[in-house]
Design a protein around this ligand. Structure first.
Ligand SMILES: *Cc1c(COP(=O)(O)O)cnc(C)c1O
Length: 380
């Protein structure tokens, strides 16, 4: 084997930027010279390119993934008195977006294999107040959309995809973002498609919703100084759009690399007593995160840190046990799969530019730890 890498970061934005630095600098300079810094051609072109990438009709650039989710809810008129069903294991922005509108997030547990919403529990959570289901394509793996869409049709509900971790992922051959009524994407720097700051996108096939969100993101304007709605300043930054247009061209290539890395982790780590992530048979996942599961999580994380390997935990505290959500009235024990996995999940380094040597070093270090751990446990 070649020399061990000195370290393996959790993500490496330098490795992504360097090969395309010239193109990115060119794009930034183009915007600078244009003096057009708010919306404009770069944003419009990126919206068209991103909609085409998703196989959807419309895309509307906004200032974050959280705004994308919130503005979709507002565009559908969801607010106080309404309920929106989503997963208990997600990033808190999913439920915050619901709460901002005055609606109530109704949580359901996750499927222990895919970590996406448990469809049986979604069905059980539907009440006369339910307006929408918000499945999260967590870690880059699409939720099982067909049964969700069937339930939504049956109960006349809106389906909003939280695709903030899943740019380019496919469900039964179709890209996420084109599956429900509308979808939200985030361009936070570490996402599969990341800006040089915050950014987000709404994707939809519904022309009315696209139009409403265009107004909501820009002070409710239909024309300059004509304010039809109580809108916001939630526009996608023009500089970020220029950066994202460059990066979008590489996204399929980067996602393919992530898929290759996931296969190598699978080969090297299989059969070692830790739970590896599985790709559902309906899915082509884009591995935003590669999340393993072990009871020895905290010790393993410390061991990897000592060996200069970066990891993350997504997420250590479930939504319903966050102090910010005390008033929802949930208790410990309400979502056992989410709660149990929160203590065992560990996200390994995952980004397109990882090398096979780095992956081998991570896998080797994990196996070394597990062998020692098994020995210590046996001695007791
Ligand atoms: C990142 C993320 C968001 C929010 O995106 P921001 O751009 O950070 O506002 C929402 N949901 C999920 C699942 C995310 O991972």
């Amino acid at each position: 084997m070649s020399a061990e890498p000195v370290s393996v970061p959790f993500v490496d934005l330098t490795a992504q930027r360097l090969p395309i630095a010239h193109e990115l600098e060119e794009a930034l300079a183009r915007v600078m010279r244009s003096n057009s810094y708010i919306l404009g051609e770069e944003v419009e072109l990126f919206e068209q390119e991103f909609a085409a990438f998703c196989g959807a009709s419309y895309a509307v650039g906004v200032d974050s993934g959280t705004s994308a989710l919130e503005l979709i809810l507002r565009a559908y008129g969801i607010g106080p008195g309404d309920e929106v069903i989503t997963a208990a294991n997600t990033f808190v922005a999913t439920t915050f977006a619901i709460s901002y509108t005055g609606a109530r997030p109704v949580l359901v547990d996750i499927d222990p294999c895919t970590y996406t919403v448990d469809i049986v529990q979604v069905q059980e959570a539907i009440t006369p107040r339910t307006r929408a289901i918000m499945p999260v394509h967590l870690y880059g793996q699409p939720a099982d959309m067909d049964p969700i869409l069937a339930l939504a049709r049956q109960h006349n509900l809106i389906v909003i995809e939280d695709a903030c971790q899943a740019h380019g992922a496919r469900y039964k051959g179709r890209r996420v973002g084109s599956l429900g009524h509308a979808a939200a994407f985030s361009f936070y720097p570490a996402k599969n498609l990341g800006a040089f700051g915050d950014g987000g996108m709404v994707v939809t096939n519904d022309p009315d919703i696209a139009e409403t969100i265009r107004k909501l993101r820009n002070y409710g304007q239909s024309a300059k100084y004509h304010h039809e709605l109580l809108g916001y300043n939630r526009r996608l930054d023009t500089l970020q759009a220029a950066v994202l247009r460059v990066k979008l061209k590489y996204l399929d290539e980067w996602n393919a690399a992530r898929r290759t890395h996931a296969r190598l982790y699978q080969q090297l780590l299989g059969g070692n007593g830790i739970r590896l992530p599985v790709e559902a048979n309906y899915a082509e996942a884009v591995w935003h995160l590669y999340v393993i599961r072990t009871v020895a999580r905290d010790k393993l994380q410390a061991h990897l840190k000592e060996r200069r390997i970066g990891t993350g935990i997504h997420y250590p505290i479930p939504i319903h046990l966050q102090p910010a959500y005390r008033d929802l009235g949930y208790e410990v024990g309400d979502f056992p799969v989410t709660e149990h996995s929160a203590g065992e999940l560990l996200s390994l380094p995952m980004f397109a530019e990882l090398t096979p040597e780095q992956i081998a070093y991570v896998a080797h270090t994990i196996k070394e730890f597990l062998a020692d751990y098994a020995r210590l446990e046996a001695v007791g």
